[in-house]
Each structure stands twice: as C-alpha cells, then as structure tokens.
Design a protein around this ligand. Sequence first.
Ligand code: ADP
Ligand code: MG
Length: 249
Amino acid sequence: MTERPTGDPLVRMSGVDKWFGELHVLQDIDLTVDRGEVVVVIGPSGSGKSTLCRTINRLESIENGEITIDGERLPEEGKELARLRADVGMVFQSFNLFAHKTVLENVTLGPIKVRKQSKADAEKRARELLDRVGVGAQADKVPAQLSGGQQQRVAIARALAMDPKVMLFDEPTSALDPEMINEVLEVMVGLAQDGMTMIVVTHEMGFARRAANRVVFMDGGRIVESATPEEFFTNPSSDRAKDFLSKIL
Ligand code: ADP
Ligand code: MG
C-alpha cells in the first residue's frame, strides 16, 4: 500500500511553528495528507510527534502558519472550531474512556451531543462499530471490566462514531501488554484498507510496512524525512533517521 492514493489534500499544515515558552517544539512544519492516505509519524521521544497531532485538532494552538482540514482553515476558537474538530478523530495512548459510563454510552455520547443524533440511531451505529472492532459483546460493561486492548478498540469505535474525515492515533498501542497490541493494530489495518485517512504516531514498524503510504520522520521539532515505508526502511536519506532506525530495529 505505498502509492499516494488521491492527490486530494485533506489535512494541510504549512509553515507551522509552535513554542512552549522557549522551546521551539514545531519548526516550520509542512505536511499534506491526502484523502485516503495513511501517514505514519515516527521519531525519538520529545521530537514533537504528539504536539503535531494535537495541533491538528487544536488541542494546542500554533504561533505561525496555518492548518486546513478539507480546505477549511482551523480557527482559533468558537463554533467553527468545534465543527472542524468533530471531523478529526483522535485516539490516545491512554484510552481516555469515561470510566463511569458503559461502553455503549462512551460511543453514543458524542454523536448524540455533537452530531445531534437520536439515541436510537446513535445506539444502532455504536453497536455496528463495536462489532466491527470486535467488542460488540462488551457493550453494557464499564471500561474497567475490559482489557486494555478491548478498551483501546472501544476508543477507536468512539472516534469513528463521529464520522471523522481523518483519524489521528498517538502511540495507540504503547500502553498495551504485548499480547494485545496486534488486536488493535488489526483494527487499524482494517480501517486503512477501508480508505480511512489516518495519521499514526507509532513505532510499530510492521504496521508501517503493511498500512502506511508514507513515513514521516521527526527529530527536534522538524520533519526530517518523508518517504514511502520501503524507501524509509531500506534506504533512509538522513543520518538522524539511520541512527534512529538502528536503535529500534
Ligand atoms: P513526542 O510525542 O515526540 O515524544 P511531544 O510532542 O510530546 O514529543 O513533546 C515535544 C517537546 O515538547 C518535549 O520536549 C516535551 O517535553 C515538550 N512539551 C510537550 N508538551 C508540553 C507542554 N504542555 N508544555 C511544555 N512543554 C511541553
Ligand atoms: Mg508523544
């Protein structure tokens, strides 16, 4: 799955700079993700990967540059921001489910509140999504009764229930016990095959090889390299990427 699918930009970051105080955490980031494209972001700890994801749905503000989602510029705040943000699904390392709600309620809450769906419609769709990610039988439990892998799959279903245009995954398997990693990656590979636009921060190189159209390597707040998985893993062009790969492969 390596060719760029559409040439139709869905997420576009241009000239994006962000500082945390003195720390120039994102430096002149240009990144375009096409509709249907799967981009894996890798790089050392502290290189700005999470911050990059968080700027795309404005969990973090930016100081320079602009970000557009499907041609619309992300505003600073307000109703338009809420509307655009709803188009960006996010799955975090820690599953962030609502602990006191059932699995089904976790998935229906956003569609009912934000998308103004009826409870019946939201529940029907939630059950379909929970089946799709393989946790349909857990719908009436609370998150603590589920394994980590099951909880992360619920988090994916919850994000999908909003019908996002793009899904962001920030190290979705790094908090999981090893035996649960594959069940989450399989769901993500399925989404990629179904044509979902995805930005995935992960060090799971098997996932990158199977599902990514492109690998973006970050270091020190910059995008140092952007290549197909094949190019990147066999012949990275920068010394920093070579050094990084030698440590993780
Ligand atoms: P990565 O996800 O690649 O590990 P992050 O985007 O989390 O990197 O962090 C990049 C840098 O920004 C790190 O040096 C981190 O300590 C710093 N950082 C992240 N979040 C904040 C914050 N809210 N305030 C100050 N510094 C932060
Ligand atoms: Mg991170």
